[in-house]
Design a protein. Structure first.
Length: 259
């Protein structure tokens, strides 16, 4: 399987995975927001296959991240279950949409998702419980479904919407919210990847290399998340998201100009 790739392609896949792993561990996301554009712009994969391959690579990365946070007690399993209930079905629906929407929509939608994520990260992430009881559970299930749709459609883990939802609906601090988010991402990523494999959307060699390379660096990212001041990491991460999103928008403009 891996023999089909050149040494350069193997190196690229490994680098993509380790970068995604560090960011996944630090921010409680799957790392797909970085893997998708790197697969497309650096490695040259098709946009749809990049989304599907990224989601497959997210599986081992999310498992490593969840373990890293769980060992320090930073996973709220009751909230994770509510989110997971929605995200598994959402991921299946997102994969279905992946085969139906246009390439331009995928590119613009992904860029918009990154811009909104950057805005969310700059927004205050202090614990603030707004909902309790059944309203809280219903909101988490709904958020889980939406995060799952994003997983299947855009190849991201969905942590960029789950983390703030956990802070608002479950009253978790930012570290516990990130750990819980990664635990949920495992389920949605597996669900979406299973559907993508059936459709032949996953470039398996890249997914395996990036996913496994990301595992040790995810643990490193979890460690970093406890060492670096949160405000600094949030600002840096926001700049990364804006840069990647802008690159995607420019690619859409170039494609439109060519037609």
């Amino acid at each position: 399987m891996l023999t089909a790739l050149s040494r350069r392609q193997i190196t690229q896949a490994l680098i993509v995975g380790l970068l995604a792993g560090v960011l996944a561990g630090m921010f409680g996301v799957g790392g797909g927001f970085l893997m998708v554009p790197l697969y497309v712009l650096w490695i040259g994969l098709d946009q749809r296959k990049s989304h599907a391959t990224s989601l497959a690579a997210v599986v081992p990365i999310a498992i490593a991240g969840a373990i890293g946070y769980a060992t320090s007690g930073n996973v709220a399993w009751d909230a994770a279950f509510a989110l997971l209930l929605g995200s598994v079905f959402g991921a299946l629906y997102g994969v279905k949409l992946l085969g139906q929407v246009s390439l331009k929509f995928l590119q613009i939608g992904f860029a918009t998702l990154l811009y909104l994520s950057a805005m969310r990260l700059i927004w205050s992430s202090n614990p603030h419980l707004l909902l309790e009881g059944w309203p809280s559970i219903i909101l988490l299930v709904a958020v889980g479904f939406f995060a799952g749709v994003m997983s299947g459609l855009f190849g991201v883990g969905g942590g960029i919407v789950m983390v703030p939802a956990l802070i608002i609906a479950a009253g978790l601090d930012s570290i516990a919210a990130r750990g819980t988010s990664l635990a949920v991402i495992i389920g949605s990523a597996i669900s979406g990847t299973w559907a993508n494999l059936r459709k032949g959307n996953v470039e398996v060699p890249y997914a395996v290399l990036s996913g496994l390379a990301g595992v040790p660096f995810t643990f490193f990212g979890v460690w970093l998340s406890h060492q670096i001041p949160q405000r600094i990491t949030v600002i840096l991460f926001s700049f990364i998201l804006v840069a990647i999103a802008t690159q995607q928008v420019q690619k859409v403009r170039r494609g439109s100009a060519e037609h």
